[in-house]
Design a protein around this ligand. Structure first.
Ligand code: 5GP
Ligand code: ZN
Length: 108
């Protein structure tokens, strides 16, 4: 299996892990678009959202909510790209959680 995110889940590639359960893994993006940019992924391998069984997706948004709350940012984007035309680069489903740091704190 050449998938880099499957290797991250197995610990074969290091990552800054934020959350792990039997179905879900979350870690910091290696090239963050803002301070705290993270990725939330199902452990089940599949390239696109339509490749993942529903029961493997139930935790994704609750985990995204927890990470958004922990970021301390009021504003954030949650994005999920499918396919090259949609700018997907890594072919393992992932949800970006991109905090928009509060202006007064000047981060990001
Ligand atoms: P995509 O364009 O496929 O939606 O986004 C893929 C994301 O994965 C990018 O934001 C990229 O920085 C991130 N990424 C790619 N390789 C690695 C890696 O080895 N480790 C981590 N932590 N993030 C990665
Ligand atoms: Zn994978």
């Amino acid at each position: 299996m050449a998938c880099i995110f499957c290797k991250i889940i197995k610990g074969e590639i290091p990552s800054m892990k934020l959350f792990e359960s039997d179905k879900t893994f979350a870690f910091l993006d290696i090239q963050p678009l803002s301070y705290g940019h993270s990725l939330i992924i199902p452990k089940h391998h599949g390239a696109k959202l339509t490749d993942i069984p529903d029961d493997q997706l139930h935790e994704i948004l609750p985990v995204a909510k927890k990470i958004a709350a922990a970021s301390g940012c009021n504003d954030y984007n949650i994005l999920q790209n499918n396919g090259r035309l949609a700018r997907q680069v890594v072919d393992h489903v992932h949800f970006h959680m991109i905090p928009k740091p509060n202006e007064k704190e000047g981060l990001g």
